[in-house]
Every structure is written in C-alpha cells, then in structure tokens.
Design a protein around this ligand. Structure first.
Ligand code: ATP
Ligand code: MG
Length: 299
C-alpha cells in the first residue's frame, strides 16, 4: 500500500462491534469500494477514499504514523492512546472530528455488588484491573487517589474472582456482564461512542478537500438519521399547548383542513421521537399522529 497524498485512507475495524455500522455510515455518505482479495484494503470507486480494515486498537497508531488519514474508533481507545502518547511529550496526537452516534458505552469503575459504595476515596490502596490504564491513572490522579492499576488485555470482569484485583475499570453498555460476575457500576470515567478520528493537524494537500467533503456529507447523514417528520391533526385551540412539546422541531408547517376548522401540522424533529412523546402529544390534543423517517434532505 503506497502513501498516496491525493487519496484519503480511512481505517475501520475489520470485524467487531464497530465494523458494520462504520461501513454502513460511510456507504450512506456515498462511498463505495472494490474489495481486494485479502479483504484488508478496499479501493474507493465513487471517490478517492479507501478503507483499511484493521483491529480497532491499531487505528490511532495508523493515524499517528500517517499510514491512514482518518479512522473510525471508540472514543475509549482514542483517548487511552492519546493520553499515553501525550505523556511522552509529543503533545496531543489525535483530534476527534465527529461523534458518530453508534457503539455507545461507558468506561466505569465496577465494584463487588455486596459493597456499600461511598465514593472514589474508597478505592485508595486497592488494586483496579483494567484495559485502560492511562485513562484510569489520569482519573485517579485527578481525584488524588493512590491505587494499584493492574493492566489486563481482556476478561477484566473476572479479575476479582481470580484474586488479581478488588475492583475493575471496564467498558459497560447494558451492565449484564458485570451483573453476571457479581459486580455493579460505581462511577463513570468516560462516556464513549464511535468517533471519526484524525491527526491533530489539518492536511495540507488534496486530502484536506476530500476530508472536508466527507465531513459535510457525514454531517448531513448524522442529522438526517436523527430526524423524523411528525404529522398530526389538532383543533386550533390545542396548538399553543402542542408546540412546546416540539422543542427540537423546525418551525412546523400548519395547514387548514378542508371543511373542518381543525389544522394539520407537519414538523421535522431532530430529537428522538419516542412512544412517550407521542403519548404526551396525544394527551395535549394531537390526533392521527404519524412518524415518517426522512430519506434525504438538502438544506
Ligand atoms: P478488535 O478485534 O478490533 O480488537 P475488540 O474486541 O477490541 O475488537 P469490540 O468488542 O468489537 O472490540 O469493541 C469495539 C468498541 O465497541 C469498543 O472499543 C467500544 O468503543 C465499543 N463498545 C460498545 N459497547 C461495548 C461493550 N459493551 N463492551 C465493549 N465495547 C463496547
Ligand atoms: Mg481491540
């Protein structure tokens, strides 16, 4: 793989939690690729934007070494490696360009579920097992706590059972893994999700324009993914009570119904349209509520 300066190369996870959503997101941005036989490199066809399929832990290093220009990686991995590199005195190595809205999880301290959790000072003098030693150590320093950091590359949740540590610091999404190991979340060190990462400095060649184009498309796709068209009818008198329930909506279109003094309303909502919200609208007088996904949008 040569180091072409007129093509953009994005590292994504080859397989795992972020692999499929990362590709789907880039596909939604209009990218398409021809896959190589080894399935490690995908050559960009619609645009000169190629993919390199790798292990997620390798992504920050590939960006730093200039092998890849951008990467889709969990914030947890990016921040961990950024702290570790910054400590060597090189200054911040990476920039988080966009949060991508998938792969959400937290980096939590988890304690045995029999414990009466009193707060961080309780960790003093204990051993904490983690795959994120840099983030953990920075947090301990910020809290002024001295504790042992036991670095493990996997299966952190069984460390207390094996007597390697008293508590752990690990990624949590549902909490089911913790519960299965008689642990429970005590405090959160980092809220994570998949992010688009790049180098700390802007590109000074053709890649700059390509990255800009990709970011603009990405913003459109991310905005659209969260957008829903909400349609309903209501009596004129109920409208003042209904509008405050749509704080995330662009100014709604209001139409008069033919042969009726009711109104039909259409609002593009940029936040989550949950069942609860629909029920609130209904209680406030909305009738015939309909939620329509948005396929395309050009502002
Ligand atoms: P690889 O083979 O690429 O090294 P991996 O096993 O390290 O894969 P995955 O388990 O696929 O990685 O997780 C990738 C990312 O998904 C994590 O770094 C994290 O950002 C995110 N994620 C979301 N929910 C969870 C979770 N419950 N546990 C672990 N990671 C999660
Ligand atoms: Mg990994």
């Amino acid at each position: 793989i040569g180091g072409g300066r007129d093509r953009l190369r994005i590292a994504i996870q080859k397989s795992g939690r972020l692999a499929e959503p990362a590709r789907a997101l880039l596909t939604a941005c209009g990218l398409s690729w021809r896959e190589s036989r080894d399935r490690l490199f995908c050559y960009g066809e619609s645009l000169p934007i190629d993919l390199l399929l790798v292990r997620d832990d390798d992504i920050p290093g590939l960006i730093r070494d200039g092998v890849c220009d951008l990467g889709v990686v969990g914030r947890n991995v990016l921040v961990e490696q950024d702290i570790a590199l910054t400590r060597t005195g090189a200054g911040p190595a990476f920039a988080e360009l966009r949060a991508l809205g998938f792969g959400a999880c937290r980096l939590d301290i988890a304690v045995p579920d029999t414990w009466d959790w009193q707060g961080p000072p309780q960790l003093a003098g204990l051993r904490i097992a983690t795959s994120y030693p840099a983030i953990l150590q920075r947090w301990l320093d910020d809290q002024g706590i001295e504790a042992g950091v036991v670095e493990l590359s996997g299966s952190v949740e069984i460390a207390p059972k094996l007597g390697q540590a008293e508590v752990i610091c690990d990624l949590v999404s549902s909490g089911a893994t913790l519960a299965a190991n008689q642990l429970r979340p005590a405090t959160t060190l980092l809220q994570s999700e998949a992010v688009l990462a790049g180098p700390a400095h802007a590109f000074d060649d053709a890649r700059g324009a390509l990255a800009e184009l990709l970011l603009r498309r990405l913003d459109g796709v991310l905005r659209m993914r969260n957008s829903k068209l909400l349609m309903f009818q209501a009596a004129r008198d109920d409208v003042p009570a209904l509008l405050p329930l749509l704080p995330d909506a662009e100014s709604p279109t209001v139409m008069r119904l033919d042969g009726d003094d009711g109104l039909a309303l259409q609002a593009l909502c940029h936040g989550a349209v949950t069942w609860q919200r629909l029920e609130e609208l209904k209680r406030a007088g909305a009738r015939g509520l309909m939620v329509v996904p948005v396929e395309g949008m050009l502002a």
